[in-house]
Design a protein around this ligand. Structure first.
Ligand code: GCO
Ligand code: MG
Length: 402
């Protein structure tokens, strides 16, 4: 069996997505997500100019060999652009393998470890009251886990609070939007949000929060400690994960579980955090961390240290990535939770898929392969539209983390 051609499809059904499609000499094809929010076209070029020429003529069944070929062969290892491109190839090859075998990909990964995949939805609102109302709606829809983000009094806007409650889209402008940030104001509101939420939503529902890289370690320790009475499922990205010694300081001050890793691109970003047991959930995901093949390695390593997974699943990860993530999630022993932000109906139409939401879980598709496709004619109706993520400044103008 041989790869005869491959192409990159860029489409914007409400937001930009980059999809790789690999064709074989036996008519079977596979697809993979290659979307890197705000930097999409760099991955397109990486794939078209540097990866596709190396794929032609190779046996698509040699997934691991092709992975190593692209990773080691580049010489310049890791990085989000390289790893998104490799991830897309890996996903597409697993899709092909499943189709040839006549099996959903999770069967090739060892079969099911569970029935449904617990997901968390995003409740956000401009005020605490507003956020709780939305959280009640999520609870009524059957969600067992809800992420809470609310507006910060005194700030015009903040991360995680959207205009549209179902489709949070931070990449919202032709040039980066500038937001203003105050850690003090934020630290005052979040514990109140959690107190009100626990009171209104009851004991059972899991509550999550994303700090989005905005605190220092000691501030994160304090916020984690302030949230402890409300038993959060996790506090995500409380600090940037560049200097990972930061996490030691957070751990000294709080038992709130820590999640990190949505921007990680390989096991080398996560290894020290995992083996030093500085985190509880690893959020690396299929599209940015080397595809199913590499994520399996990260999860197996994490399993040794009681670290569970919590894959990133924002709207900028396409339904192709979500489908792949669900095959991974359902098969591994140390699954924790899966993020799930619904896509727009336009996106769902461009990417017909077999996974579905049921009582707080996503159910994996039983179709051979990944169980997701791309409607190319429809995709062509939505041309690429440049869109940047925002930047953040402190109130005195200093550029900060978004
Ligand atoms: C999350 C993430 C996203 C990111 C987005 C950037 O937890 O879902 O933090 O909201 O900001 O994916 O592209
Ligand atoms: Mg996040």
């Amino acid at each position: 069996m041989k790869i005869v051609s491959a192409k990159v499809i860029v489409t914007c059904p409400g937001r930009n997505f980059v999809t790789l499609k690999i064709m074989t000499d036996q008519g079977v094809y596979g697809i993979g997500d290659a979307t890197l929010n705000g930097r999409e076209l760099s991955v397109v070029s990486y794939l078209e100019d540097h990866v596709i020429p190396c794929l032609i003529g190779r046996d698509p069944q040699q997934i691991e060999d092709i992975w190593q070929y692209l990773y080691r062969g580049a010489y310049w290892r890791r990085g989000p652009v390289t790893m998104s491109a490799i991830s897309a190839v890996d996903m597409a090859l697993w899709d092909i393998k499943g189709k040839i075998a006549g099996l959903p990909v999770y069967q090739l990964l060892g079969g099911r470890s569970r029935t449904g995949i617990m997901v968390y939805g995003h409740a956000n609102g401009t005020s605490i009251e507003n956020t709780i109302e939305v959280a009640q709606e999520y609870k009524a829809m059957g969600y067992k886990a809800i992420r809470l983000q609310c507006g910060v009094p005194g700030l015009a806007s903040t991360y995680g609070v959207s205009k549209d409650k179902m489709f949070y889209e931070p990449a919202d402008a032709d040039l980066p939007t500038e937001n203003v940030w105050s850690t003090e104001a934020y630290m005052r509101v979040v514990p109140k949000l959690f107190a009100a939420a626990r009171e209104a939503l009851g004991e059972e529902v899991h509550l999550l929060h994303d700090v989005h890289h905005r605190l220092t370690p000691i501030e994160a320790g304090r916020l984690g400690r302030d949230l402890e009475p409300y038993r959060p499922f996790w506090m995500e990205d409380s600090v940037v994960a560049e200097n990972q010694d930061n996490f030691k300081l957070i751990r000294q001050h709080t038992t709130t579980p820590l999640a990190v890793g949505e921007i990680f691109s390989s096991i080398w970003d996560a290894k020290d955090l995992i083996q030093n047991q500085l985190i509880d959930y690893i959020r690396a995901t299929v599209v940015h961390a080397g595809g199913i093949s590499h994520l399996k390695k990260i999860a197996s390593f994490a399993e040794l240290y009681n670290v569970r997974t919590g894959c990133h699943g924002a709207t900028d990860l396409s339904p192709v990535c979500m489908a792949a993530a669900l095959h991974f999630d359902v098969s591994i022993p140390n699954f924790g939770i899966q993020e799930y932000m619904r896509h727009t109906p336009e996106t769902d139409e461009v990417f017909p898929h077999g996974y579905y939401f049921d009582k707080g879980d996503l159910m994996v598709s039983e179709t051979p392969g990944l169980g997701v496709d791309i409607d190319e004619d429809l995709a062509a109706k939505y041309p690429y539209k440049r869109a940047y993520l925002p930047v953040n400044r402190l109130q005195d103008g200093t550029l900060f983390n978004w």
